[in-house]
Design a protein around this ligand. Structure first.
Ligand code: TGC
Ligand code: FAD
Length: 393
């Protein structure tokens, strides 16, 4: 029989192809050797190192499932393994990558013209150009269909965009902002290029003093008659299907990623519980309540990985329904947050020191449970699919 391995309780590794194993090793090595040593300072200073995107680009980690245009064209499972490796270090690093890869490159790949793909994708794959995805607005988060940002067609050609987006990952350093705005009342996608915007028409101030995701940059997008040429609008996709088709990929990635963060908490709590002695020289690991916390979190991580793996296989086969993603994104985010929070207790007072990493994961995992559809919103998406009755309004 297969021996039980606490690092891989349900033997996910046995399901992976040679190529997936090799991509996993590249990603894990990069993340542990190059990202982990930077994360504490980044988190303390709320300072995202822009060079990370170029490094990821040089390893083929950006837009990795896209075929052509300098992208690696790997399987959905392989891209999930990359996401998990990055989030094992920090959810903020995974966010910066996900937005670039799934939400902007993915959108251009799926909805862009050939000319847009040529112009944007290979530069973004190398990390030479940075993108952000502007859907959420100050007054409309869970309900983006009510957005107020508008595009107005200009007589001489092109559009002018006005409105505000908020809580936008990467916006302060973005070269291109994918902004969803209403043109004659219909939602359309616009690629707003910073270098083509005169001063005062596009501002992307950072949102500072965050309590989570501090190693990623978050900001606003203010548009005041920002000019967008005709050729920078997605030609065909209209309505919420546009942004949601990209969110399907990003939510899929989060389903893998958050388990990476939980696995990091498990490994650290296990080691700590074996080292730390309380009551007659016993390691904490000897106590049943400590073991239960580890058993619960390991079970959730192992189940979560197999569910994410199944999503990946179905996605590659074109058989993935959005509700399946809602189910696993919600469950994995909720279980990762709960598990990390319970494992935080194993560290006692030391959990409060950032050098033990677990507190950072807990704060980050709250954000993952909130963005890309808060967990209760995904419950309502599932409830609608189960009953046929919508309960949003
Ligand atoms: P609803 O009536 O459900 O749908 C409107 C139209 O959209 C289509 N659609 C989808 N298409 C593809 N994939 C999906 N997952 C889709 N979901 C909906 C739908 O078929 C319909 O199309 P059509 O052609 O019939 O018009 O719309 P609703 O207004 O009732 O929506 C409700 C709800 C709750 C489902 C939705 O608005 C929602 O999911 N809200 C959550 C908002 C959200 O996820 N925001 C994410 C912002 S981006 C972000 O957080 C990035 S963080 C990244 C990082 O830093 O890592
Ligand atoms: P609200 O919609 O105001 O919801 C507040 C609470 O009410 C939630 O718990 C929600 O579940 C609940 N609620 C709302 N409606 C209902 C209902 N009908 N029934 C029951 N409960 C309900 N957005 C982007 O577009 N791009 C990004 O790159 C991006 N990055 C982000 C990065 C960070 C760090 C954060 C924190 C957010 C980011 N977001 C981004 C925004 C994120 O997607 C939104 O915060 C999220 O969709 C929730 O919207 P909201 O904050 O307006 O909350």
């Amino acid at each position: 029989p297969q021996p039980f391995k606490w690092e891989d309780p349900l033997a996910l590794q046995t399901l992976l192809t040679e190529e997936e194993l090799s991509i996993q090793e590249t990603a894990e090595s990069y993340c542990q050797e190059r990202l982990l040593p930077r994360v504490l300072d980044a988190y303390r200073d709320e300072n995202y190192d822009r060079a990370i995107l170029t490094e990821m680009g040089s390893l083929g980690l950006l837009g990795s499932t896209i075929t052509g245009h300098g992208c690696a064209g790997v399987s959905q499972v392989a891209s999930g393994l990359i996401t998990r490796a990055v989030e094992r270090v920090d959810s903020g690093y995974r966010s910066g990558m996900s937005v670039q890869s799934s939400l902007v490159m993915g959108a251009i790949s799926e909805h862009g013209t050939e000319e847009q793909k040529e112009r944007f994708l290979s530069k973004m794959a190398k990390g030479e150009s940075v993108g952000c995805f502007g859907l959420t607005e100050p007054n409309h988060g869970s309900d983006p269909g009510s957005m107020e940002t508008v595009a107005v067609k200009q007589e001489g050609g092109g559009y002018k965009l006005s409105g505000s987006k908020t809580w936008i990952t990467n916006s302060p350093i973005s070269d291109v902002c994918l902004v969803w705005a209403k043109l004659d009342g219909v939602i359309r996608g616009f690629l707003v290029e910073r270098e083509r915007c005169p001063p005062g028409t596009l501002e992307t101030p950072p949102i500072k003093h965050k309590t989570g995701l501090r190693a990623s940059l978050t900001g606003m997008i203010h548009l005041d008659n920002a000019p967008v040429p005709e050729e920078n609008m997605f030609p065909d996709v209209t309505g919420l299907r546009g942004p949601f088709s990209c969110l399907n990929s990003a939510r899929y990635g989060i389903a893998w990623g958050v388990i990476g963060a939980l696995e990091d908490c498990i490994a650290r709590a296990r080691e700590y519980s074996l080292d730390r002695k309380q009551f007659k020289g016993n390691p904490l690991a000897k106590y049943q309540l400590i073991q239960k916390k580890l058993a619960d979190a390991s079970t959730d991580a192992a189940y979560g990985l197999l569910a994410a793996y199944q999503l990946g296989k179905l996605k590659d086969e074109g058989k993935l329904a959005p509700e399946m993603i809602s189910m696993v994104k919600r469950q994995n985010c909720d279980r990762a947050l709960e598990g990390a929070r319970k494992l935080q207790e194993v560290f006692g007072g030391n959990a409060v020191s950032d050098e033990y990493h677990v507190g950072r994961h807990v704060a980050n995992l709250f954000v993952t449970q909130t963005y890309e559809g808060q967990s209760d919103i995904h419950a309502l998406i599932l409830g609608r699919a189960i009953t046929g009755v919508q309960a949003f309004v």
